[in-house]
Design a protein around this ligand. Structure first.
Ligand code: GLU
Length: 508
């Protein structure tokens, strides 16, 4: 069997939806499992939808996910260029061949003429309003015109497109790796434009020609492309006699949380969660749409969560590293039905991954997160200690600011209400004496501090439990955080004493 070659073929039209990243992931997992190649081809032939910066953004997202293409615009490769606009000249010959073989035709209709045709079809109550086997006989195309009329129009440079000629009363059949056999009646397929008036191919022509030239063995893409598949199969038949046609797989949609239709950017805005991999700023409007990365997701968690949307390993295991996914992945466990997106579950994956990764792995990411809040980290070893203490408490990377901030600077405010109603002179005296004892103590590790604390509490006849909350408020400012003695030993003796003194002034 020939070497597996798969492709992700994004159009640079905007932010990268999580469904797009999942398409990348399934392509990548399949390729890596079979020792194959993963190719990224930029499909930018529709100039009207082209968005400045979108291509770079897509590659940035892949880099964040740790997914490197074996061949791409960036990596290069034996089938370069990998950007379709740079392959423009190549497509016309295929379109012309289709015309010569009677499988496509020139169409000279203006947009107004096409509109008139639609209006006419409406009045006749015809089901389809498309340019197809039914309507084309009334239109201005080379199927209806005499050869010399067509030639004259071509010679005079009359704007024209090339359309595929889909025959009536045939069936197109193909096997989808997820959905099984799919059969389509050609009476429902319109004569799609293959080459536009500006000489650019449409997606339909370019995708088939490039999958052929780039020797793609498997074409995986979103379910929304099922309706286009018959056109692609017909082109494969007309151009290449179906020789080396890739195996197709149309991946299930990612659905809105309530299961009602495809998850859209608007759902994210409405329900308050991201649907893009990374922040995306529309260059025209300047509007930024939030991404998983900036919200504080780890790429490991993001990909793990996406893998489980539409695929299952057949076991109870939920947490998978990329290597484990590559080992476990198989197309026969990809579901046919759509997968509901669940933001709470996405956060659960992130929490699990924060717990799973070592503090030293997390530290550089936390450094960035804290820097965004103007907290500059100078001592990485200290940060690693802090991360180790608080990571269990963080669901998102952005949570580290709140959960770790007090390790770097004393709290600006204290939750006085949590302490003052039960504050007594005895408690005040306890902490004054506690300071004296820890000053004298040789050892300032967590166990030593706890022993001093508890012994003194017993001497003063106060329950240690009643003193721990005030101590926490003194060190943290609020009622959260890891063990209070762990905090004390981490921030150090000097800071601990300083914070207790400040708090005693306030609690008086
Ligand atoms: N360029 C298409 C897109 O933007 C790719 C579809 C395919 O993979 O065939 O999604």
């Amino acid at each position: 069997m020939s070497k597996v070659r798969v492709r992700f073929a994004p159009s640079p039209t905007g932010g990268l939806h999580l469904g797009g990243v999942r398409t990348v992931l399934f392509n990548y997992l399949f390729a890596k499992k079979q020792d194959g190649s993963f190719i990224v081809r930029v499909e930018d032939t529709d100039q009207s939808r082209y968005v400045e910066g979108a291509e770079k953004y897509i590659f940035d997202c892949l880099a964040w996910c740790g997914i490197a293409a074996d061949e791409s615009v960036i990596a290069g490769g034996p089938y370069a260029p990998y950007r379709q606009s740079e392959r423009k000249d190549l497509y016309r010959q295929y379109a012309e061949k289709l015309v010569q073989d009677g499988n496509a035709y020139y169409a000279f209709d203006t947009p107004e003429e096409i509109e008139t045709m639609r209006e006419f079809l409406k009045t006749t109550g015809s089901g389809s309003l498309q340019y197809d086997h039914n309507s084309r006989s009334r239109m201005n195309n080379s199927l209806r015109l005499l050869p010399e009329e067509t030639q004259a129009l071509l010679n005079s440079g009359t704007p024209h497109v090339i359309r595929i000629k889909v025959n009536a009363n045939e069936t197109v059949q193909f096997t989808d790796m997820i959905r099984g056999d799919i059969t389509v009646d050609t009476n429902n397929v319109d004569d799609k434009v293959l080459l536009k008036a500006d000489g650019m191919p449409t997606y339909h022509l370019a995708v088939v020609v490039d999958d052929y030239l780039m020797k793609i063995t498997h074409a995986f893409r979103g379910e929304e492309w099922v309706p286009s598949a018959p056109i692609h199969i017909l082109l494969w038949k007309y151009l290449f006699g179906l020789h080396n046609m890739p195996h197709w797989a149309h991946l299930p949609l990612i659905l809105k949380p309530d299961g009602n239709g495809k998850l859209s950017k608007r759902d994210g805005d409405r329900l308050g969660f991201p649907v893009y991999a990374m922040d995306w700023t529309d260059p025209k409007t300047g509007d930024t749409t939030k991404g998983f990365k900036e919200l504080g997701f780890l790429p490991e968690a993001f990909l793990n969560m996406l893998a489980m949307l539409g695929w299952n390993p057949g076991t109870e295991q939920e947490i998978f590293s990329m290597d484990e996914l590559i080992q476990s992945f198989s197309m026969d466990r990809v579901h046919t039905s759509g997968a509901k997106f669940d933001f709470e579950k996405a956060k659960w994956f992130n929490h699990e991954w924060i717990k799973k990764l070592s503090a030293s792995t997390l530290a550089p990411l936390v450094t960035n997160t804290l820097a965004q809040k103007n907290l500059q980290i100078t001592d990485n070893d200290y940060l690693v200690k802090v991360v180790d203490l608080v990571k269990e408490r963080c669901t998102l990377l952005t949570d580290f600011y709140e959960q770790a901030g007090y390790f770097f600077k004393a709290p600006l405010t204290l939750d006085e209400a949590a302490v003052k109603p039960k504050w007594t002179t005895e408690k005040n005296n306890f902490f004054e004496e506690f300071i004296i004892r820890i000053v004298a103590a040789e050892n300032f590790d967590s166990a030593a501090i706890e022993t001093i604390f508890k012994e003194l509490a017993t001497e003063k006849n106060i329950k240690p439990g009643e003193l721990q909350l005030p101590m926490r408020i003194m060190l943290v400012g609020a009622k959260f955080g890891p063990g209070v003695f762990d905090i004390a030993t981490t921030i150090g003796k000097e800071q601990t004493i300083a914070r207790i003194k400040t708090a005693l002034e306030i609690f008086k």
